[in-house]
Write a protein that binds this ligand. Sequence first.
Ligand code: ATP
Ligand code: MG
Length: 395
Amino acid sequence: MYELLLIRYGEIGTKGKNRHMFEQRLRANMEKALQGLDVAGVERAHTRFYVELNQDARDIIARLQKVFGIASMSPVKRVGLDEAHITEAAVQIMDDILARQTDQNGRKRTFKVETHRPNKSFPLTSPEVSRNLGAELLKEFPQLAVDVHTPELRLEVEIRDRFAYVYTERIPGPGGLPVGVSGKAVLLLSGGIDSPAAGHLMMKRGVEPLAVHFHSPPFTSERSREKVLDLARQLAGPGGVIPVHVVHFTEIQKALNLHCPPKLLMTVMRRFMLRIAEAIAESKGAMALITGESLGQVASQTMASLLATGHVVRLPVFRPLIGFDKLEIIELAKQIGTYDISIQPYEDCCTIFVPRHPETQPDLIDVETAEAKMPIDELIQEALERTEVVLCGKD
Ligand code: ATP
Ligand code: MG
């Protein structure tokens, strides 16, 4: 039915030099997402992309709906620049829609033609094209009626330099910026519900994530590590890859248990996590850290706790869920397909050795005093040396 899929992207923030980078990255991300499907390639023409549809458009659309930067998509018919061809395409599209329609009990279906004409050398104006085409469609299909205010069907015609495009559907894309255009950041990825959702939101702003996961064998199992890798695969999306740095955290946990007052253990543990994440970020050219923290959710996420933990790093810590309620986070996790993985019941390193009453207002001096008893640099060095990198997603 349709030869092409027209892909629109948001143009805000994509002026000048940025625009070129934005387009190149979006195109590369789309091509990666479409790998394995019978797709000839992605072509670009005047602030749009087109993908040839040789096979079922639904597979292609389903994958592209996960590619950030795409504003919307329309399956289109592309025809020569004359009214006869435009009408012929419009009739075919309407015919197809009306043939699939269930009985309307004699009620007419309403429609409207909308014409966009960037090509000003086309001999007819937009209103003329719309009017003529509307009249042809009414002649052809007695079951149609025009409604210019609230039509059930909107038939759009775009008249461009070499071709005209005819379509009815606008399928929303995920919006945002193409992954990669904003640079890299390190996502602290636990097996919980929050951190994958936080990663998703930052990817939507163009961040290319690399993940860090802290695990503490034998206190945490192989299955809990696998679960985190599954989360990273889901987050990577079609064609994407997220490297997960699995950090051996056992020795640090043991040292914490030995030296740290139980009330401050959580705070000091987070400080170790952030320091290690920052070291990995710096070695990989990443410019920020990302966590799934949400203000007030637990003791380690009060303002005083965030202050005490964030204090040890120089890089900005992005906490995109800071103002989200848990229910909103769950909703988002369900939408992005990480929820069902996250709720699998495997232990996390944070859930072992954790005191029943952690400090909600940790004092920076107390925290630093507690830490002073520990060989911080050696512990971090050792954990970094025992880090394994797993590439998650399609390579
Ligand atoms: P989540 O659902 O992300 O686990 P949570 O509400 O359980 O969040 P915490 O356990 O307090 O929160 O962790 C806060 C943040 O610290 C997490 O969102 C994550 O970014 C990071 N974090 C916690 N545990 C780990 C871990 N084992 N490895 C990597 N990052 C972690
Ligand atoms: Mg957690």
